[in-house]
Design a protein around this ligand. Structure first.
Ligand code: PMP
Length: 411
C-alpha cells in the first residue's frame, strides 16, 4: 500500500527557512518568511498580548472546555466590528455571519468550501471558478483547487511600472461573466505590496456593482499597511456600504497581533437579510463541525481581551503602529541606500516602488537570475519572484542587503 504515492515538493517558503537555518554564514539574512521581526531580527511578542496573557493566567475561572462550533461569540462579534467598523449597518441589521476559523488560511478554506457548496456558479457563466490576482499568496491556488474551484488569474502587477495594472484589472472585471467571484486582498497585497488608491477602489467597487460580481476579501494585514486599523479596512467597508455587492471577508490575527502559531482568525459573510444570514451561519456551522468540530480557545481569548479592554486596546494601537512604523522606516533606509549610496540601476526606472508599496512585502522587480545571485552568493534568503519581507530588514543588516541588491541589479 502507498507504493505509488509520489513525493510532493516542499513548500517554497518553508524550504527557504530551512535553507536559512542550515546556513552557517554569519551575515545571512532571512527575507523570505512573512513574519514580523524586531530590530534585532527576533520574533516580537506584542506588549498588549503579554498583558492579556498575564490576565488570562491569573483568571481561575478559565477552563479548557470546548468552544462552540462557530467559536467564542465575544471574539467573533468584536472581530466583525474591527473589520467592518463599529457603526457597521450590516452588523446592526444582523446581516453578518461570523465564524471563528483556523487563522486566515482556515477562513479562506471555509469560505471556499461554502462557496463550492452554495454559490450559484451556473449563473456565473457555468464555470466553477474564482478569479485571483496574478500574482497572489501561493496558498490561494492550493486552497481553491483543493475544494474543486478553479483559480483563474486576473492581471494585478505590471512589471514595467512595478505597480498596479489597473487597466488589465478593470478590463477583466468588465469582461468576466456576470456574477463571477473575485478574490481581493483588502490591503497590503501579498506578494507585491501594490494596493489600489482609494479612488481606484471606488472604480473597482463600481464595476463589481455593475457586473454583479462576488467580492471574496482576504484581509491578513489589517493595521500592518498604514498602522491604522480603520484605514486598512477601507476597501472592505466601501464594498459593504454599497449594499449591492455581495461580500465575504477572511480575517487573520496572525500578523497584526503577532499570534501566528495560535491560529486565530474569522470568516464574515454578509447577507442581504438577517434570515439569510442565520441560514448561512447554520451551514457554516455544519461545515465547520465536520472539519474541526470547534476552533482553539487561547488566541480567541487573547484577541477578545485586546479588542474589548480599553487599556489593552490602547496598547494594541501602539503595538500595531510600532510594527508598521519600523517597516516604513526600513523602506526609507533601503531606498536611500540604493538611490544615494549605491546609485543602483532600477528595473522600472527608479526605486520609488520600495517607498510606495504597502505592508510587509516589497516586490523588488528583479529577475529570477538576479534573485538567485542574492540568495546563493549573498546568503540573503528571498523568493525567486523578488519578494522581500521588509520585516526581516534591520538597521544592522539593511546596508548589507542593499549591497547585494546593487550587485544583482548590475549583473
Ligand atoms: N492571506 C494572505 C494574503 C496571507 O499573506 C496570509 C499569510 N501569509 C494568509 C492569508 C493567512 O495566514 P494565516 O493562516 O497565518 O492567518
Amino acid at each position: 500500500i502507498f507504493s505509488d504515492v509520489p513525493q510532493a515538493p516542499p513548500d517554497a517558503i518553508f524550504k527557504l527557512t530551512a535553507a536559512y537555518k542550515a546556513d552557517t554564514y554569519d551575515k545571512k539574512v532571512n527575507l523570505g518568511v512573512g513574519a514580523y521581526r524586531d530590530d534585532d531580527g527576533k520574533p516580537w511578542v506584542l506588549p498588549s498580548v503579554k498583558m492579556a496573557k498575564r490576565a488570562l493566567l491569573e483568571n481561575e475561572d478559565i477552563d479548557h472546555e470546548y468552544l462552540g462550533i462557530t467559536g467564542l461569540n465575544e471574539f467573533t462579534s468584536s472581530a466583525a466590528k474591527l473589520i467592518l467598523g463599529s457603526s457597521s449597518e450590516a452588523i446592526s441589521e444582523k446581516r453578518v455571519s461570523s465564524v471563528q476559523t483556523i487563522s486566515g488560511t482556515g477562513a479562506n478554506h471555509l469560505g471556499a468550501v461554502f462557496l463550492n457548496k452554495f454559490y450559484p456558479f451556473d449563473k456565473a457563466g457555468g464555470q466553477r471558478q474564482i478569479y485571483i490576482s496574478n500574482p497572489t499568496w501561493a496558498n490561494h491556488k492550493a486552497i481553491f483547487n483543493s475544494v474543486g474551484i478553479k483559480p483563474v488569474d486576473y492581471p494585478w502587477y505590471d512589471a514595467k511600472t512595478v505597480g498596479l495594472d489597473f487597466e488589465g484589472l478593470t478590463k477583466t472585471l468588465k469582461e468576466a461573466p456576470k456574477q463571477s467571484v473575485f478574490l481581493l486582498h483588502a490591503c497590503a497585497h501579498n506578494p507585491t505590496g501594490v494596493d489600489p488608491t482609494k479612488e481606484q477602489w471606488k472604480q473597482i467597487a463600481d464595476l463589481f456593482e455593475q457586473q454583479g460580481h462576488y467580492a471574496f476579501f482576504d484581509c491578513a494585514y489589517q493595521g500592518f499597511a498604514s498602522g491604522n486599523l480603520d484605514e486598512d479596512a477601507y476597501s472592505v467597508r466601501l464594498f459593504i456600504e454599497r449594499r449591492t455587492i455581495p461580500v465575504l471577508v477572511c480575517q487573520s490575527f496572525a500578523k497584526n497581533a503577532g499570534l501566528y502559531g495560535e491560529r486565530i482568525g474569522a470568516l464574515h459573510i454578509v447577507s442581504t437579510t438577517p434570515e439569510r444570514a442565520a441560514a448561512v451561519t447554520s451551514q457554516l456551522s455544519v461545515i465547520q463541525r465536520s472539519e474541526i468540530s470547534n476552533p482553539p480557545a487561547f488566541g480567541a481569548r487573547i484577541v477578545t481581551m485586546i479588542l474589548n479592554e480599553p487599556k489593552l486596546w490602547d496598547q494594541w494601537q501602539k503595538d500595531v503602529t510600532t510594527m508598521a512604523d519600523r517597516i516604513i522606516s526600513m523602506r526609507k533606509s533601503l531606498h536611500s541606500l540604493l538611490v544615494e549610496k549605491y546609485k543602483t540601476p532600477a528595473p522600472g526606472g527608479n526605486w520609488d516602488h520600495i517607498l510606495k508599496q504597502i505592508g510587509m512585502f516589497t516586490f523588488l522587480g528583479l529577475n529570477e537570475k538576479q534573485c538567485a545571485l542574492i540568495v546563493n552568493e549573498g546568503h540573503i534568503y528571498m523568493t525567486s519572484n523578488s519578494r522581500i519581507s521588509m520585516a526581516g530588514l534591520t538597521t544592522k543588516n539593511v546596508e548589507y542587503v542593499a549591497s547585494w541588491i546593487d550587485k544583482a541589479a548590475r549583473s
